[in-house]
Design a protein around this ligand. Structure first.
Ligand code: ADP
Length: 332
């Protein structure tokens, strides 16, 4: 184990760590309480200084003096919300350093869940309403011509397909929560993993893909990485002309694995670029175009790259096509 001796004042520490941090004296009294700690706990610095955790929280488990360090303490807030906060505890200078950093991540997951639930209900309502309306029309108008009936049924089928895509994307967005990520890593041939990603591409579109994949092995969650690649390939095909090619290249360079997906399609305007990786973001062009999607593909792909310690970047300009690049550190 590497032991670090750190000699910094609390203000400097607070500036370089955005986590909510707190220090306690050997007697267990609060000696420093960062602004982020005040945000997370809802307890102002002035109210916290000099107090013990037992005075500040309804309950602390395990009690500070019994905590084996490093470990995680659970603190129940004294306010009416009775939240459970998680703090990592380390011993420092005979006293303790607590970080409520994990709490911010738990809160972020909660927020993400709430956002997903509210967007799901919104996204699912439209196709469901349309299926219902067309089914009712069909039932109530037996005198409709065969052509009209066929048209209504085609609409119902189309809306049902949209629902399937929505549900699949929402499920994968839910799966990228940190607790589910990277439960497993496997050593696999990148070429085999790319085959898996391309298995989702309809046969007629497969001919548009030009592959240049080096023979390399990667240590990844194969299912998730294949999903990230599939999302990018899907977009490349979707946002370009049906007779244009999509290049998929994978290679290693100085310890970095690079997977590049390039299309010659509509491209992305500079004003949209900062937002395309956000959940549920779709540019107006794709909203008005007939492409289906819920603005989750890129969000999911980037979360997957990040979970592997990597990045997903884009270079694009309108009418000049787009290049999406996943970069992952090579792990032995
Ligand atoms: P969607 O389901 O809308 O495709 P994504 O998260 O995959 O959602 O992409 C978000 C938005 O980014 C898309 O709506 C589209 O405007 C833009 N986009 C993504 N990939 C491309 C691409 N290869 N070419 C042009 N625009 C793209």
């Amino acid at each position: 184990m590497t032991r670090l001796r750190v000699d910094v004042d609390f203000d400097a520490l607070e500036r370089c760590i955005s986590d909510a941090i707190v220090t306690l004296t050997p007697e267990g009294r609060v000696s420093a309480w960062s602004a982020a700690a005040a945000d997370v706990t809802g307890i102002a610095r002035a109210d916290a200084l000099e107090r013990t955790l037992d005075e500040l929280f309804a309950h602390v488990d395990p009690p500070l003096g019994f905590a084996v360090v490093p470990s995680v303490l659970r603190c129940w807030t004294n306010d009416e919300r009775r939240r459970t906060l998680h703090a990592t505890v380390l011993s420092v200078d005979g006293g303790w350093l607590l970080s409520f950093g994990a709490q911010q991540r738990f809160d972020a997951i909660d927020r993400l869940k709430r956002e997903i639930v509210s967007s799901v209900s919104h996204e699912l309502k439209t196709p469901i309403a349309s299926i219902k309306a067309f089914a009712t029309t069909l039932r109530e108008n037996p005198e409709n011509t065969a052509a009209q009936r066929a048209e209504y049924l085609a609409t119902i089928e189309h809306e049902a397909d949209r629902l399937t895509v929505a549900v699949e994307q929402l499920l994968s967005a839910a799966r990228v929560e940190p607790e589910h990520l990277l439960a497993r890593r496997e050593r696999v041939r990148l070429a085999a993993l790319i085959d898996r990603a391309l298995a989702r591409v309809p046969a007629h579109a497969l001919a548009r893909i030009e592959r240049r994949v080096e023979e390399i092995e990667v240590n990844v969650d194969p299912e998730l990485l294949a999903e990230a690649i599939a999302n990018l390939v899907d977009n490349a095909l979707k946002y370009s002309a049906e007779d244009s090619t999509v290049e998929l290249a994978a290679a290693t360079d100085a310890g970095t694995i690079e997977i590049r997906i390039r299309d010659h399609g509509i491209g992305i305007a500079a004003e949209h670029l900062p937002y395309i990786f956000e959940r549920f973001y779709r540019s107006e062009r794709s909203l008005s175009a007939s492409t289906s999607g819920y603005g989750l593909g890129l969000f999911v792909a980037r979360e997957i790259a990040r979970a592997h310690g990597g990045t997903l970047e884009v270079a694009s300009a309108p009418h000049a096509g787009s290049t999406f690049t996943i970069r992952l550190p090579e792990r032995r």
